[in-house]
Design a protein around this ligand. Structure first.
Ligand SMILES: [Zn+2]
Length: 453
């Protein structure tokens, strides 16, 4: 039985799904106004790992993740670049999915867009106004937080302390500093939708309430996101659902930050600037392995050094795959090791203790190699097949062979082999760099250059 740390509860608890064998998960998705950063990569990997693990266990997962395609930041970016906001959002959404595909994460089951749900949001805000929980002001509609029982419970902050710490933005016309905007009246030239409170756009906190309840229904299993979303975003989502008397998420799961020490941010020191930059320079699986080696609630450092360390772990997995000619799904001839699988699922069920789960995999790897060295080939094969099976359950595909090599990359490989035969190592190095930049991992073998993703 999977146990996870539930933010609202402040403890690790059993996840009993609303429907047996079927998990409904909502992940707060990106606001598409810029290229995805490395933290976006962590977010999608954490929930991809959770989803793949649940599916590996045999559960069905309904994974909804929204795209915020209208927002202040998008409008600001549109003004900066002189393009319409919808065009800006479309462009950055494309960049986002492209990066996620390269990262090897599964696409969500459903991807709702905020702009598709504006009419439903207007309806929900109308209900809140009708119940006297929300009020119209000179620049929009706000939720009166003090009228919501239990506000602050998710983030474990009493209303009194929130009120003391709140700052009022000068351009907001709200009654209390803790109130938040549900509807924002449009300024001239801004995109606008009709509403009983004048043309405008919804506040960010409303879309996820409407979309999660519409697509997953009340009492859905898991609402997730980064720790920075606990307050105010998730607290405010929850407040709207509660004010309407609707059951919201059964459990809340939040993941930790990506840390990059301040001075190391500079590209001149070799650090990664964006997710695309990271993917241009790294095997995507190395980022996944780096993530797996830390607990999802802990902060992680993503630097060339930590990535290189993960890369060397990956190389050991790939070397095992080559030695045993493993494929992504192991052959039936070598049944996996049930004892190791049990230890692995115990670790994963314990609040996704991926560091312990990965330790099981690498211990099996060592034992497989040792058994093969000792000539116990049948035993060794079974251990190696278990490595592939368990790594695959976390989305870490080892033994990838037969990647489709495009013609241009194949030509670069040929030119590189020719350069090496001619002992022109400068040219060979330059060609290696070109292949790496195209996303290939380049290896030198007795037969010449081989490349894989
Ligand atoms: Zn959200």
């Amino acid at each position: 039985m999977l146990r996870l740390h539930d933010t609202a509860l402040g403890a690790v608890t059993e996840i009993v799904p609303r429907e047996p064998g079927r998990l409904s998960i909502y992940v707060c998705g990106p606001t598409v106004y810029d290229v995805p950063h490395i933290g976006h990569g962590r977010q999608v990997l954490v929930y991809d790992i959770l989803r793949r693990y649940l599916e590996w266990l045999g559960a069905e997962v309904v994974h909804v993740s929204n795209v915020t395609d209208i927002d202040d930041q998008i409008i600001r970016r549109a003004q900066e670049v002189g393009r319409p906001p919808d065009e800006v959002a479309r462009h950055y959404e494309e960049v986002y999915w492209d990066a996620l595909d390269r990262l090897g994460v599964l696409r969500p089951t459903v991807v709702p867009h905020a702009t598709e749900y504006v009419a439903d949001m207007v309806e929900l805000i109308g209900e809140l106004v009708a119940r006297g929980v929300a009020y119209e002001s000179s620049d929009g509609v706000y939720l009166s937080v003090e009228k919501v029982d239990g506000y602050g419970q998710l983030s474990h902050q009493p209303l009194q302390s929130l009120r003391a710490g709140a700052r009022v933005e000068v351009d907001e016309a709200k009654r209390s500093p803790v109130d938040f905007a549900l509807w924002k009246q449009a300024k001239p030239g801004e995109p606008a939708w009709p509403s009983p409170w004048g043309p405008g756009r919804p506040g960010w906190h409303t879309e996820c309430v409407v979309m999660s309840l519409d697509l997953l229904g009340e009492d859905f299993d898991l609402h997730t996101g980064g720790l920075d979303l606990v307050f105010p975003h998730h607290e405010n989502e929850r407040a709207q659902a509660m004010a309407l008397g609707r059951r919201f998420a059964r459990h809340w799961m939040h993941h930790g930050f990506v840390e990059v020490a301040g001075e190391k941010m500079s590209k001149s020191l070799g650090n990664f600037t964006t997710l695309v930059d990271l993917l241009d320079r790294t095997d995507a699986r190395a980022y996944r392995l780096l993530m797996l080696r830390s607990h999802y609630r802990s902060p992680i450092e993503v630097t060339p050094a930590t990535i290189a360390d993960a890369q060397s772990g990956l190389e050991r997995l790939d070397a095992l795959a080559r030695r045993f000619e493993l494929r992504v799904s192991p052959s039936g001839s070598a049944a996996p090791d049930p004892e190791a699988i049990e230890r692995f699922t115990e670790a994963m069920d314990n609040d996704l203790d991926t560091p312990a789960a990965v330790a099981v995999i690498f211990e099996l790897l060592r034992r497989a190699n040792a058994a093969a060295d000792a000539g116990e080939s049948e035993h060794a094969r079974r251990l190696a097949a278990t490595v592939a099976e368990l790594a695959g359950s976390l989305g870490l595909e080892v033994g990838q062979v037969g990647d489709d090599v495009d013609d241009e990359s194949a030509a670069l490989v040929e030119r590189r082999d020719a350069a090496r035969r001619a002992r022109d190592f400068a040219a060979a190095d330059a060609l290696r760099d070109e292949l790496t930049a195209r996303g290939w991992v380049v290896e030198d073998g007795p037969q010449g250059t081989s490349i894989r993703r």
